[in-house]
Design a binder for this molecule. Structure first.
Ligand SMILES: [Zn+2]
Length: 137
């Protein structure tokens, strides 16, 4: 996913090292979260967002100087993300790997074992989310 539009739209909110590690299906959710956090930044100017990623099948927003309300926004969005397909944004279900860990959220159409993947953060920053394959049971 290209992050430069987000960087431009939320320039006062995102830090210099802003990273995004998600697929397109969650873009609307991310935009909504950043819009709400930007509003909160009006009250808490030190508020920053440094990283947005998928962790255990949930949208995870990391940053600095999060207020209670900002934490609540992040939590609410994480909760919503667990029911939204990461690929297309349709209604989805958490997908577990063979160890029982939620590694993805997918709709019926995108539920394909060959596509159930885990992020590999060793890849270059600010590129599309990269995956290693992990076949679930
Ligand atoms: Zn889908």
């Amino acid at each position: 996913m290209k992050i430069s539009p987000l960087r431009e739209q939320f320039s006062t909110l995102v830090g210099d090292h802003f990273e995004v590690w998600i697929s397109e299906g969650w873009l609307a959710l991310v935009t909504e979260a950043l819009t709400r956090l930007l509003k909160e930044q009006g009250i808490a100017p030190a508020l920053r967002v440094d990283q947005i990623k998928q962790k255990w099948g949930k949208l995870c927003i990391n940053g600095e100087a999060f207020t209670e309300r900002a934490l609540a926004i992040a939590e609410e969005v994480a909760d919503s993300s667990s029911r939204i397909c990461e690929i297309c944004g349709a209604q989805g279900e958490p997908i577990k790997n063979s160890r029982g860990w939620v590694i993805a959220v997918r709709c019926v159409k995108h539920f394909d074992a060959r596509e159930i993947l885990v992020p590999d953060e060793s890849h270059e920053r600010a590129r599309d989310l990269q995956f290693d394959s992990a076949v679930p049971k």
